[in-house]
Design a protein around this ligand. Sequence first.
Ligand code: ATP
Ligand code: MG
Length: 395
Amino acid sequence: MLIKYGEMALKGLNRRAFEEQLRKDLAGRLRTLGEWEFTSAQSTLRVGPLRGKTSAAAYAEVDMDAAAEMVRRVFGIAAYARAAQTEKDMARILETAADYFVPHLSAARTFKCEAKRADKSFPLNSPQICAAVGERLLETFPHLRVDVLQPDVTVTIEVRDRYAFLHADQCKGAGGMPAGSAGSAAVLISGGIDSPVAAWMMAKRGLRLTGIHFASPPYTSPLAEGKVHNLLGEVAKYSGRIPLLVVPFTHIQEEIRRLCPEDYFTLIMRRMMMRIAEMLARREGCQALITGESMGQVASQTMEALASTDAVTSLPVFRPLIGSDKEEVVSLARKIGTFDISIQPYEDCCTVFTPRHPRTRPRRSAVEAAEAPLDVASLCAEAAEGAKKIIIRNT
Ligand code: ATP
Ligand code: MG
């Protein structure tokens, strides 16, 4: 498999570190699918069976189908292609082409050839390589025609430093930056549509995730928490494993209901969530918080409400959906596979305690006064103390 780096290819002197991060991530994920070797040159990572094992038997020992399916979801990859590797010898290249492209070309009507010659000492230049391979393929598959403008299949021959590689059309990768290359952040994850998408977007930019979920049993059912496990399971297929902290939130919500004015319930609850999230994030070595908030979507997502939740944490709060419409978020949720889980009906802790007339433009002093009867420090400490950690795996 040939893997082309995304944006990280542009990162100057840091490029080595990004490549290394991607290689480590891939090695970890592919471990269960065979013994692999990674070699990197010219913005391309070659992933194949371990060195010395290049026989057909070695290929039988690695699960290339499963590996390709996994690679599709790894951040930091712009494109990838399964390829045949041969010696850099024209006779071998022609033989390999006639053999390897049977599945791709049998059903195609038209094709074209492209050659990339990274090794300039190779005796044929790119047009000559294309002409030779094209001729051989037309002989082998007499039903084919060449179409350089809109071919059914593009056959690519890459002559690289040690080997030549042949592949059909490459597949688009997940893009973004390699997992962990940008640091770690804690995502506040509900069972809704937005927060899993926010988590995915920040993982795409190279953040390693920790999940924080507030549960309020018996007001919320274990099924609501199960939903969160399943949602993060989908995100983890892209981001890699995600530790999830489930925080007991019932006592706090009951105290808010007992002691605070109803129209401030949601705001105070969100401030409590942020405080606890910050404590847990710092404990887990995270440098930022992530939420699924979007400007104006609900009462607690006005500018004033967001400012009042930001006021209680000194960590940066990333809200990647802030400028997105619901429709855009839904279409991304469908694409990444979280939508169908999110729309399952189990209520989360917010819906259970929703006030009838929430404040939409809270003044800071008013929120602070409404919150004053709570013993904030001990409630937060108690909740953080009670958090349970579960590891969400990427399989
Ligand atoms: P979502 O679809 O992500 O639930 P939402 O539009 O329903 O978002 P709110 O319920 O107001 O919005 O929540 C705003 C954000 O607060 C969520 O995106 C999420 O980051 C966080 N959040 C809400 N409820 C919880 C919870 N029970 N546990 C952890 N985080 C939560
Ligand atoms: Mg919600």
